[in-house]
Write a protein that binds this ligand. Structure first.
Ligand code: ZN
Ligand code: ZN
Length: 419
């Protein structure tokens, strides 16, 4: 059997619900997208539940599922993936927690769980913590800066456990609690001591920091402690290139979003971020398309191209921005189609989840998916959209890692099950 190459293009948060100001149409439906629509001549459409119907996916769990993992069975919690999103490279066994810069008074009573939300000194504080709080009980401790008041902490060492409680009590007016083991094991006890010490030492280090003195002078709450929550322990995922029963030897991803890049790396892909790719609506879509074409021409079995702008516009509740970004994704797809041999390619276009502009967050609705390939029965759809996928999609409704299996099969890359 001749193996075909696979290209998966995801516009993050692509799916939507009827938009009232569009008379019930969606940004995808109204977007002018001649290139995507011209692929419909040789494409089959359907709906994809990234995890399962009604489950609201994160981008991390959705991507794990897209590439064949089952996040319902294997997922270490948000902590490790938030850390990956903040730029950490995690090893199996690492403990990661999400953190907030917060404000406490001299009795360690929490006044503001987010230190006023705006903490532009975030990076400086994180650097300071990294130079002064690098090790606790023999474990390596590393802080990673995230947006606004957020950060992530990674603990690496022997004998650790994620079974510990938060030092963030999720309310104000109470004293910062120590972390406690949730189970009676030496690992949980040790990790709880470490998490407690990180929290209390962060206060010792931050309370007299010059930048906090300046914040107080300006009438802002000092970011004088790091509260931690959601401990998770990184698991090992099997790289897609090593998974039993499928034939993928070389896989690569093109993305500018730290979390997506991290997930793709965990799953065994090489990751590329071309100059001009930003991970936002202002990204250089053609730079990403050009890199994608190069990877296909270099003979990668699987190439993944990710655009984040659709999700950003959706979280902003901006249907016009979402629509115009989809039109730019269409330009990128046009560039790719003109520059590769589509007769040798199974090409998927979908989202990693639905992010309706009316909701401004991810929902559990299925996303429209199209698979363009030389060997599929094409549907009667003329406009790739949530609606046409429902009206004409003969692929039906796929669930979780069904999608990648169908794609691998169309590309003749699956081993036979049975004799
Ligand atoms: Zn997403
Ligand atoms: Zn999102």
């Amino acid at each position: 059997m001749r193996k075909l190459q696979i290209l998966i293009v995801v516009a993050d948060g692509l799916g939507d619900r009827p938009v009232p100001q569009y008379g019930g149409a969606t940004p995808l439906e109204l977007a002018v997208k001649p290139n995507i629509n011209s692929l419909l001549r040789n494409a089959v459409l359907g709906l994809w539940d990234p995890i399962a119907p009604g489950i609201r996916p994160g981008s991390d769990t959705a991507h794990l599922s897209l590439f064949g993992e089952d996040p319902l069975k294997k997922y270490p919690g948000r902590g490790p993936f938030e850390a990956i999103g903040a730029g950490a490279e995690l090893k199996p066994g690492d403990i990661a927690l999400r953190g907030n810069f917060a404000t406490v008074d001299e009795n360690m009573v929490i006044l503001d769980r987010r230190a006023g939300r705006k903490v532009p000194e975030n990076k400086e504080f994180v650097e300071y913590l990294n130079s002064n709080l690098g090790e606790v009980e023999g474990a390596e401790v590393r802080f990673y800066s995230a947006t606004e008041h957020r950060l992530a902490v990674v603990i690496r060492g022997e004998g650790l456990s994620p079974e510990v409680t938060d030092t963030d009590p999720h309310e104000v007016g109470v004293k910062v609690p120590p972390s406690r083991p949730k189970v009676n094991t030496p690992e949980a006890e040790k990790t709880a001591r470490i998490v407690t010490e990180i929290t209390f030492r962060s206060h010792q280090l931050l309370k007299d920091h010059p930048l906090n003195k300046e914040r107080v002078k300006r009438g802002l709450p000092p970011a004088n402690i790091v509260l931690l929550r959601g401990a998770g322990q990184m698991v090992r995922y099997t790289p897609i290139t090593e998974r039993a029963g499928i034939k993928i030897e070389k896989a690569a991803a093109v993305s500018a979003t730290a979390m997506i890049k991290g997930v793709c790396r965990l799953l065994g892909m090489e990751v590329y971020t071309p100059l001009g790719a930003t991970g936002g609506v202002d990204t250089d879509v053609i730079a990403k398309a050009r890199r994608t074409v190069e990877l296909i021409k270099e003979g990668y079995d699987l190439v993944y191209l990710h655009f984040k702008g659709t999700d950003a516009a959706s979280h902003d509740g901006n249907p016009d921005l979402k629509k115009s970004f989809i039109e730019r994704v269409d330009e990128a797809i046009g560039y790719i189609v003109q520059n590769v041999d589509t007769g040798n390619l199974v090409m998927v276009f979908t989202g990693d989840h639905t992010t309706p502009v009316s909701v401004r967050d991810h929902t559990g609705d299925p996303v429209p998916v199209m698979i363009a390939a030389p060997n599929v029965f094409s549907d009667r759809a003329k406009n790739f959209s949530e609606r046409d996928a429902r009206l004409f999609g003969t692929l039906g409704r796929l669930r979780g890692n069904d999608l990648i299996r169908v794609v691998l099969d169309l590309a003749n890359r699956v081993e036979k099950f049975g004799a």
